[in-house]
Design a protein around this ligand. Structure first.
Ligand code: HEC
Ligand code: HEC
Ligand code: HEC
Ligand code: HEC
Ligand code: HEC
Ligand code: HEC
Length: 365
């Protein structure tokens, strides 16, 4: 009996050890991803020579952190259901929503032009955005020339050119940070949601990470984004914008597009004069009919630890946000939108039931 108890305790111990949450985001042999000299049998060790110069990065040596390529090199490829590396750019064809991930894909920025996404340094064939020479809505008055607020195509941080535009947003990736338990939010200790850390300590994005980066989605299978109800007290008259705080996706986007958050003409009349983000979906009128979560039109949640039902949108609680309408990387549509704006035809005849109509349910008929 005592022996049985001992074995039970022992096997419970082993089970707990195996289930131990301290595994890192990346796993596997160091040599899969790193090279000490960027040389093996006198050949380079670059994983993706089509993207990265086969002579290696700076000075022909290798890349920072001794990785076997740049951010773009490692993150270029075709996503499949068994991918262990998320690909954000594909040199072959991509089908939007089929082999693309939550952020979309940078493909269309290269093949169809700058309006399809963020123009980032490091992707072969990508050019600087000539129409947008600075982040629209930037309230930092471009005090920092060539900063990421002005360009992700040739950015500098603290006067130093950075290797890729990716790090303009994913400031300090932490591929070895401990991975959070599935279904719980990625916090600072985990390197934040998708490594979206800000300039200052405490300023990153919190969110629940879908394990296949939304390669496959459904009403119950998607990322969760944090939102923070915007204050309605400020107005155009008192500065024109409401600076957002909190570890939210909207706050993150507004780090560069500050003026686009939310605007009223005056607190007293409270008329929207720009489309709000992190405004609560009312439980009345046409908004009341957006109830089943559509991963193509995501909403932000006020508290990631108390989401009652991930399949549902909670009116009077959940919020419209930047990513309700935009992809973060790129899309086949102008303004990096999640759907074709030209297809939104009031009164019927357009892409009924999608895009704007998912929330403005009365405007398509
Ligand atoms: C699946 C890919 C992958 C594997 C496997 C991997 N690494 Fe890394 N590692 C990275 C990437 C990417 C970085 C880039 C910078 C970052 O995110 O910290 C990195 C950064 C590092 C750093 C610098 C940053 C830090 O966290 O200290 C060290 C040291 C490091 N790796 C050591 C190792 C060792 C040792 C192994 C094997 C036990 C290993 N890595 C396995 C991808 C990997
Ligand atoms: C050696 C290959 C390699 C390099 C170089 C590399 N990554 Fe990664 N990256 C990976 C792998 C593998 C994963 C998947 C980790 C996982 O399963 O969550 C990953 C995951 C990510 C993620 C998503 C994290 C998540 O929550 O799933 C981001 C964002 C990212 N990398 C950004 C970058 C940036 C920015 C750089 C350049 C500074 C970079 N990576 C360089 C291999 C690499
Ligand atoms: C680090 C700064 C930075 C952050 C953070 C940032 N952007 Fe941008 N964004 C820019 C810059 C610079 C441009 C103009 C050049 C370009 O298109 O790349 C831009 C352009 C855009 C455009 C217009 C694209 C076009 O060419 O028509 C949209 C839409 C956009 N951003 C949305 C977002 C959203 C949504 C987020 C949050 C997920 C975000 N941005 C986060 C810097 C940023
Ligand atoms: C304008 C800011 C911005 C830039 C620039 C940017 N990312 Fe991202 N990235 C994001 C955001 C926001 C997400 C989360 C998207 C979501 O959940 O909808 C993300 C998600 C990711 C993911 C997870 C897969 C996915 O689609 O959700 C990877 C991997 C990644 N980024 C890598 C990169 C690499 C590599 C680059 C440079 C080629 C890059 N990012 C440039 C903001 C950016
Ligand atoms: C309700 C949908 C919706 C939401 C929410 C939304 N946008 Fe937009 N955004 C659009 C549309 C549509 C356009 C096309 C231009 C227009 O109609 O003003 C656009 C254009 C843009 C542009 C390009 C402006 C230019 O001068 O070319 C940027 C940058 C942008 N949005 C950033 C953001 C950011 C940052 C957020 C969150 C704070 C956000 N958007 C929230 C729908 C939205
Ligand atoms: C995720 C839901 C969502 C999506 C998608 C969305 N909206 Fe909205 N929209 C809202 C919310 C919430 C408000 C603010 C409602 C309120 O406070 O009364 C709003 C407000 C508006 C207003 C101002 C209404 C007023 O009473 O002043 C207009 C116009 C508008 N949206 C148009 C659009 C268009 C066009 C699109 C597509 C490009 C779009 N919206 C996409 C949720 C959404």
């Amino acid at each position: 009996m005592r022996r049985l108890l001992f074995l039970t305790v022992l096997s419970m111990g082993i089970a707990m050890f195996l289930a131990s949450p301290v595994c890192a985001a990346v796993q596997g042999a160091c040599s899969n991803c790193h090279t000490m000299h960027n040389s093996q049998n006198n050949n380079n060790m670059i994983l993706n020579t089509a993207i990265d110069d086969s002579s290696g990065g700076t000075h022909g040596g290798g890349y920072p952190s001794l990785t076997r390529g740049s951010c773009v090199g490692c993150h270029t490829g075709t996503n499949t259901s068994t991918s262990t590396r998320p690909f954000v750019y594909d040199t072959n064809g991509v089908t939007y929503g089929t082999d693309t991930l939550a952020g979309g894909n940078f493909k269309w920025v290269v093949t169809e032009g700058s309006a399809k996404g963020h123009n980032v340094k490091g992707i072969p064939g990508m050019v600087a955005d000539t129409a947008l020479t600075s982040a629209p809505g930037n309230i930092n008055a471009d005090s920092c020339t060539n900063s990421c607020h002005e360009t992700l195509f040739d950015p500098e941080i603290g006067g130093n050119k950075i290797n890729t535009g990716c790090q303009g947003c994913h400031l300090a990736p932490e591929h070895h940070a401990p991975r959070q338990t599935a279904g719980t939010p990625a916090l600072e200790a985990n390197g934040y949601f998708r490594f979206l850390s800000g300039h200052f300590t405490g300023y990153g994005v919190e969110g629940i990470e879908d394990d296949d980066w939304q390669y496959i989605t459904s009403e119950s299978n998607h990322n969760e984004y944090l939102g923070k109800v915007a204050s309605h007290t400020e107005s155009a008259a008192t500065g024109g914008f409401i600076n957002v705080g909190g570890n939210t996706m909207t706050a993150y986007c507004t780090g560069c597009h500050g003026n686009f958050h939310i605007q009223h003409d005056a607190p007293a009349n409270a008329n929207w004069i720009r489309h709000p983000s992190d405004a609560v979906l009312p439980s009345t009128g046409e908004y009341a009919y957006y109830t089943t979560y559509d991963p193509n039109v995501p909403v932000a949640r006020p508290d990631l630890t108390t989401i009652a039902n991930t399949n549902l949108v909670a009116n009077n609680s959940d919020m419209v946000m930047c990513l309700s309408c935009h992809r973060a990387h790129g899309s086949p549509y102008d303004d990096m939108l999640r759907w074709k704006y030209d297809g939104m035809i009031a009164g019927g005849g357009g892409d009924d039931g999608t895009g704007c109509f998912v929330c403005h349910t009365a405007k398509d008929h």
